[in-house]
Design a binder for this molecule. Structure first.
Ligand code: GLN
Length: 293
């Protein structure tokens, strides 16, 4: 590709991406070149007749090749936007999805409708934090909140804490390695939370093989596999929730398509929440189950 102009490189990349079945080839071709060259897309357009430096061309060629093989764009560019913030991501964390923004919205609604914890702090836990997208976004939005974020993967905690530094909320988040609330075993004093958020893995083990290759072959299984019926994570965290809840306690859980009723039933069985509800995602699918106690 060396010796090519920006426009020629973009055309070649769009062609390869289209052949590989990528949905928006020109858009992705521009996004990747912008992220590799560090130039805004407008500049790429204005300078489309200029030659691409050989080094950039080589990096670009490699990125396009990875994308054509099915790797998610976010892992290639190394960033994904969530609720207006950029998060570093790699193969150790789930790529944040727009549906998950429903959790943030549910939390903001809880605070605007009920007043949250009034003028007190909001002790918050993010169970299965991944890239840290939920804890960090909420930390930016809720200056009175204090956070603990948990993950089973040390590599995920590493990237999450780098994202917290990037967004200047590192001093407000404590990171814990472990399995949901079990991560707090032995911690003194016993932590209690006003706000519990989680997007647990919720794909049935038997459905993992049917996921698109871009998910199945690249995203961490730990972040996807929800056990036999996809609900293992919900059972585990709900079992321990009452012991870790403060007053008031608001919980917002993301659920997979078709799981809202089953998760709501698990919450009801707990006999702990006085109010349960479901929020729809952008496609009208019940996506977030909330509980208030
Ligand atoms: N909390 C992260 C997210 O919502 C990671 C979730 C997960 O790994 N299942 O994107």
């Amino acid at each position: 590709m060396s010796g090519k102009t920006i426009e020629e490189a973009l055309r070649g990349a769009s062609f390869s991406l289209r052949e590989a079945g990528v949905d928006h080839p020109r858009d992705e071709a521009e996004f990747m070149l912008a992220s590799i060259s560090g130039l805004p897309r407008l500049t790429l357009f204005l300078e489309r007749g200029c030659n691409l430096p050989a080094e950039t061309a080589a990096l670009y060629r490699d990125a396009v090749r990875r994308r054509c093989r099915g790797e998610p764009l976010a892992y290639i560019s190394g960033v994904k936007e969530f609720y207006g913030l950029d998060f570093a991501v790699n193969c150790h964390v789930l790529v944040p999805r727009p549906e998950t923004e429903g959790i943030v919205e549910a939390v903001l609604e809880w605070i605007s409708v009920t007043g949250g914890t009034g003028t007190g702090p909001i002790d918050t836990v993010d169970l299965g934090t991944g890239s840290g997208n939920l804890a960090i976004t909420l930390a930016r939005l809720l200056p009175r909140a204090r956070f603990r974020a948990v993950d089973r993967s040390p590599a995920a905690l590493q990237i999450a804490s780098s994202n917290a530094v990037r967004h200047a909320v590192q001093s407000r988040i404590q990171w814990h390695h472990g399995d949901y609330f079990k991560a707090f075993t032995g911690i003194e004093p016993w932590p209690r939370f006003n706000l519990v958020v989680s997007n647990p893995p919720y794909i049935k083990t038997s459905d993992l093989a049917e996921l698109p290759a871009s998910v199945r072959c690249y995203e961490p299984r730990l972040a996807l596999d929800g056990g036999n019926d996809g609900l293992d994570g919900y059972r585990s965290l709900l079992r321990d929730l009452p012991a870790y809840a403060a007053k008031p306690c608001f919980m917002a859980l993301e659920v997979g398509a078709g799981q809202a009723e089953a998760v709501t039933a698990l919450c009801r069985e707990l006999g702990f929440f006085r109010l349960l509800s479901q929020r729809l995602d952008y496609q009208g699918i019940p996506r977030v189950v909330t509980g208030l106690a």
